[in-house]
Design a protein around this ligand. Sequence first.
Ligand code: ZN
Length: 133
Amino acid sequence: MLKIEHIGIAVKNIEESNNLFAKLFARQPYKQEAVESEGVSTSFFQMGDSKIELLEATNADSAIAKFIEKRGEGIHHIAFEVDDIYAEMKRLEGEGFQLINKEPKPGADNKLVCFLHPKGTNGVLVELCQEIR
Ligand code: ZN
């Protein structure tokens, strides 16, 4: 894994949270994007070499809606950039980590992504992401 690509924060209202985090960081999000397959609306703030991703559920079945229902708003996942997501998924599976999706899927911000089950990572939902080239 190369670096922390971004930290994902689950929020109830992305417009309100955009304003809140814009005040906190003294900058505006550089991108807003809906990922329909995941039932989320996202926005991104550049923080040096990393990013903060805000996620709001767009339907009640979305993982973000379920997360907020159970645990409230807050840090949802940490995303690590990888060079070759297929190789990294294979390596991690070999190490005994449980992949939530068996194939990489398109995520926000022009990435292929895969999530690891938080049961195997001390409760941290880990996202692998690789830039789509
Ligand atoms: Zn993410």
